[in-house]
Ligand binder design. Structure first.
Ligand code: FES
Length: 170
């Protein structure tokens, strides 16, 4: 090959240089945009974590309301969502954690607040009632038992996860 065939014209040099620099700049702009668009997909889901809500030794046979917060991730928005549970030990000594959300229209139920029906969960919105184990009482508006929180005990602490329809939680 002659030396003439290897020579690069000024026009070719400019084309190569501008294409290279342009491609480099485009990649520099596209990388952060792609990362920004995919960020929620790449993040580990944090909202499924279980949360420590108290000590097992403090749990009695009488349902007590426990308030706690769950980390919520919605796209780029992170927040602490407030939650509540009614927690007690049943006759077998097992810990029961019930959701306070009424299965009729979503009001909050209270324990033992209706003097004419003691030792039941009572919903003040439409008079819904539940037995201590969360079972809805026939003849009152709710048509399903209270949801049950997933729970586990580690080092003497009670951890709660998601509330699931009765029978679906462990
Ligand atoms: S919302 Fe609880 S009884 Fe209607």
């Amino acid at each position: 090959m002659s030396e003439k065939e290897h020579r690069v014209s000024r026009r070719q040099f400019l084309n190569y240089t501008l294409t290279g620099v342009g491609g480099f700049m485009a990649a520099g702009m596209l990388m952060p945009m792609t990362r920004f668009a995919l960020d929620p997909v790449l993040q580990k889901e944090e909202s499924s974590d279980m949360v420590a809500v108290g000590l097992v030794k403090d749990i009695t046979a009488e349902p007590k309301r426990v308030d706690f917060k769950v980390k919520q991730v919605d796209g780029w928005y992170k927040s602490d969502e407030p939650k509540s549970a009614w927690v007690y030990k049943n006759e077998s000594g097992d810990i029961v954690a019930l959701s306070p959300v009424c299965k009729h229209l979503g009001c909050v139920v209270n324990w033992n607040s209706d003097k004419s029906h003691p030792n039941q969960f009572y919903c003040p919105c439409h008079g819904g009632r539940y037995e201590k184990n969360g079972k809805n009482i026939a003849g009152t508006p709710p048509l399903a038992p209270l949801d049950v929180y997933e729970s586990k005990v580690v080092d003497g602490k009670l951890y709660l996860g998601k509330a699931k329809p009765a029978g679906g939680a462990k």
